[in-house]
Design a protein around this ligand. Sequence first.
Ligand SMILES: [Zn+2]
Length: 192
Amino acid sequence: MKVFVLLLFAALSSCAVLQSNEFISRAVILAGNHNNVYFLPYESGTAHYVVQGYESLFSHHGDFAIDFKMKPGTKVMAARSGVVVFVRQSTARGGVGKRYAGTGNGVTVKHSDCSFAHYWHLQQNGALVSVGDSVEQGQCIGLSGSTGFSAFPHLHFEVTRALQKKRTSFPVPFLTEKGAKFLQPLRRYKAM
Ligand SMILES: [Zn+2]
């Protein structure tokens, strides 16, 4: 089942060549003046697979979000410094039914340029920060899980220009072993 889901994601994931000049030009336009390189949102020295990338047709249609495959309880780190503006950690439930959409646990961090990073599907009571807390890039902010609309344990990460995330996300580059890169589905990336 897990293999099937991964293959399904591979088939549906964006085929865009994310390091192409075309994509990078588009990303620069979409990001506007929100230029920043993000840390991978997990512990330095650990690596995770991207199972679903930008604009994937499975559940990121039109959204620039990344799903990192992650065992429940994995430490989630702030990809960028900011202030916590949203925390939900009450639910233990998750699955792929419509009834789970928008019900998962998450943390949202507001950055100095007024963009917002969203960390979703955390485990129950898995937020290690509270609204109003300042967080540093690389600080542990939560524990991953599979709550809300989630087929298997993973972290959904997305940066948006408005707190209401619908259709305001934009692509962001991450610091990888090979420098700042836009992440591609079905590749494994090690946090620096
Ligand atoms: Zn996702």
